[in-house]
Design a binder for this molecule. Structure first.
Ligand code: CTP
Ligand SMILES: C[C@](O)(CO)[C@H](O)COP(=O)(O)O
Length: 232
């Protein structure tokens, strides 16, 4: 079984505060984007990569693909002002596919085991997303006042990849576009169609590099993996 992957990489990295797209920041002397691309380049189950980019970064990304021998990128559409629009720009480039994964390019630590579980679940159930159980108590707050505590037993922190039967993903994106609906992940677009979305437990290392603290965590993860240290 194979899958195609959409990697939205057209963000601005505002919360990182680096003054540039955070995906060009390096972890152990390799750009975050290169780390993420390498995961899918090295996965024999990955047939093709669709990469949403900023038009101003096209040359830099082409140089990065050459430097890291990334040959599976088949399209680099220009992304939109919102993550959802960047993903949709890639969806519109795909003529036909069975299972398509959507994965934040800012999540370089995804493990192949999780990817393959998602691919298989989406093939049989239509939609499956990665996540981990909430570790902190979650509360609703209004104007600085606690309104209530959410039952943590049912709460998951959602990640990517999010895997879909391609026709379902395309239909969900088309309906959201028609309705002017903007979500924060692809699962929301499928949920609003009334379709079932399955949860696949990922791991706490699959963080999205968002603020500068995540860079410290990320380098620690890579050092541990390179050192082969399991229980650190
Ligand atoms: N208009 C956008 C916004 C985000 N992304 C991508 O979606 C992923 C997750 O988005 P996020 O972590 O929010 O990245 P940024 O939007 O760059 O960060 P910020 O919100 O801090 O600006 C990233 O790989 C980012 O490049 C994208 O392709 N197009
Ligand atoms: C898709 C996502 O990574 C799931 O947690 C998250 O919603 C992306 O949010 P962002 O603000 O676009 O980074």
């Amino acid at each position: 079984m194979q899958y195609d992957v959409i990697l939205p990489a057209a963000g601005s990295g505002k919360r990182m505060g680096a003054g540039k797209n955070k995906l060009f920041l390096e972890l152990l002397n390799k750009p975050i984007l290169a780390h993420t691309l390498t995961v899918f380049q090295d996965d024999q189950a990955c047939r093709a990569i669709y990469l949403a980019i900023k038009s101003s970064e096209k040359t830099e990304i082409e140089e990065l693909l050459a430097r890291y021998s990334i040959s599976k990128v088949v399209a680099m559409p220009v992304g939109g002002d919102e993550r959802q629009y960047s993903v949709n720009a890639c969806v519109k480039q795909i003529r036909a596919a069975d299972v398509v994964l959507v994965h934040d390019a800012a999540r370089p630590f995804i493990q192949q085991e999780t990817i393959h579980k998602l691919m298989q679940k989406a093939a049989t159930h239509g939609a499956a997303i990665a996540g981990v159980r909430a570790k902190d108590t979650m509360k609703r707050v209004s104007n600085g006042i606690i309104e209530g505590t959410v039952n943590r037993e049912d709460l998951w922190m959602i990640q990517t990849p999010q895997a879909f039967n391609f026709e379902l993903l395309r239909r969900a994106q088309q309906q959201a576009e028609k309705d002017g609906f903007l979500g924060t992940d692809e699962s929301m677009l499928v949920e609003r169609l009334g379709e079932v979305v399955c949860m696949v437990e990922s791991d706490y290392e699959n963080v999205k590099i968002t603020t500068k603290e995540d860079l410290l965590f990320g380098e620690a993860i890579l050092n541990r993996r390179r050192g082969g240290q399991q229980n650190v």
